[in-house]
Design a protein around this ligand. Structure first.
Ligand code: FES
Length: 104
């Protein structure tokens, strides 16, 4: 039978992975990671990740456990992700990675 996996469990903490591998770094991922680190959110971990397998679409940002991918993220867009997604729980649709989230 199906069990509610969240039963008697707290929600897993959010985690933002910012790819720091070669292609994303060339596209500015170091500054994107720094921008997230400059806007800390309680209970949200910011991690430098290895290649997320989407090279050429970076800087790639993956928000877990939501499995929301943002592509070509600019440092100046990070504040929007922090405010809207991490604090208000709303996806920033205009920044979504089309390959995984389709295009609207
Ligand atoms: S280098 Fe960032 S996804 Fe591969």
């Amino acid at each position: 039978m199906f069990n509610d996996l969240n039963e008697d469990q707290t929600e897993p903490n959010k985690c933002v992975q910012v790819c720091q591998h070669r292609s994303c770094r060339k596209q500015g991922a170091v500054a994107v990671l720094a921008a997230f680190q400059n806007l800390p959110v309680p209970e949200v971990e910011i991690l430098a990740s290895g290649c997320l397998g989407q090279c050429g679409n970076g800087p790639m940002v993956l928000v877990l456990p939501d499995m929301i991918w943002y592509s070509r993220v600019l440092p100046e867009e990070v504040a929007v992700v922090v405010k809207k997604h991490l604090l208000d729980g709303q996806i920033v649709t205009q920044m979504l990675y089309h390959r995984f989230h389709g295009q609207k």
